[in-house]
Design a protein around this ligand. Sequence first.
Ligand code: ADP
Length: 490
Amino acid sequence: MKILFASSEAVPFAKTGGLADVSGALPRALARMGHEVTLILPKYHQINEKRFSLAREEVLLKVPIAQRTETAEVYSVKLAPNFQALLIRHDAYYNREQLYGTLNGDFEDNAERFIFFSRSILEAASALNLQPDVIQCNDWQTGLTPVYLKNSYRNVSTLKKTVSVFTIHNLGYQGLFWHYDMPMTNLGWELFSPQALEFYGKINFLKGGIVFSDAVTTVSRKYMEEIQTPEFGGGLEGVLRDRRQDLYGILNGVDYAEWSPEIDLFIKQKYGPADLPGKKECKADLQREFGLAGNEEIPLIGIISRLAEQKGFDLIAAIAEELMKLGIQIVVLGTGEEKYHLLFRKLKEEFPRQVGLKIAFDNGLAHKIEAGADMFLMPSRYEPCGLNQIYSLKYGTVPIVRATGGLDDTIHDFNPITGEGNGFKFVDYSAACLLETIKRALLVYRNQAAWKKLMIQGMSVDFSWERSARDYLQVYQETIDKKKRRAAAE
Ligand code: ADP
């Protein structure tokens, strides 16, 4: 099968969150299974030609934006057998340090940047004669690609057979823009309707992807169910329910070549389930790095996260002082909203030997925290899949999570009677429940044998990409078959 995988970020090129992990690993897994895969993304400032051995393709893409035509160069690199990446170069749009905006907010021309990207994906496919069987689009940044495929590009012969699959990684970001941006898309005003792109007077790119793609997927089964309800649907629950026949929930996998304590190059001492003392050294190293009291017995909780409302930090804020009184240590790595920077800065000032803090995006440190912490905290309000809790399992770092989305699908609450489970989980979004759950975890932590068993149970769970990639292939195939049946019936 020929698969074109379109994303606004992908490891190793550019990353702000889980989307990049998925976009780096899923196409690679599909290629390993023998499919011909092309990953396509914008060429941002940090995607240096030399560092990534990029070669310039001969084509020059011409993309209509309003009355103008914008041009883009295309760069390519072969990443593995059957697996290449294409980078769309348009410096005025993408040659910036950040992907979507600065601390002061989103870039003002994001509509234009991602209208251009969504359309250049199809232009590149046709200019390079890729003839994809499937285009998988991801999140709002590529939400207009399925819209173009069904409208402006429906008669392009090399794309006639192509189906589009649209994957929602986070419904909290919809790509909402005012209606004055509509002419920039060169889509007719008839598409500015409640059945298509219109959403409470604005253009909604994510909605475009949901309505016009041939199949919609999201990144866990639980989240697939949740987003069809008003609480989690972000106003799109009705649209999603309308598409429930073509809606699938496929849990993200993990790239264990990057996230395994046995081979991790960032951590002080490699370790595995049969060789746990190495983890103690990683803990001591982490305590040293953050100036925390160096004591192996103090339970250490790790947090690595975008500091955003979604992640449940208001619950932590409500119980911060009480948590400290429990005598634990906490290490936080994250960037995001200023109010959460302040929250953790203040806590660090008050409890310098108990709180470690780095306000930054730092992949190496993320690995060190996964390895050095005893527990990993994710009390999310909602969580489409969540990756860090799955990485944590592999590192023997016991997750404490709220039962939502992918957190609920992957973490099974420890049962003190049977000893089953791989973490700790609470249901109600309340500070009291969070505190009670942390206390429950601390009790088990004091029982070394029970804790070790819990760690090993987590470390032995396998979330490698192969299984998820097979599920995606099945969705692609079903979608292709449906399209063929429809065409035959017409
Ligand atoms: P989301 O996509 O909502 O941010 P996920 O849990 O799906 O959340 O994925 C987050 C990814 O980003 C993980 O790979 C995590 O390690 C990484 N990450 C988040 N914040 C940071 C940070 N400050 N430094 C390094 N890595 C981070």
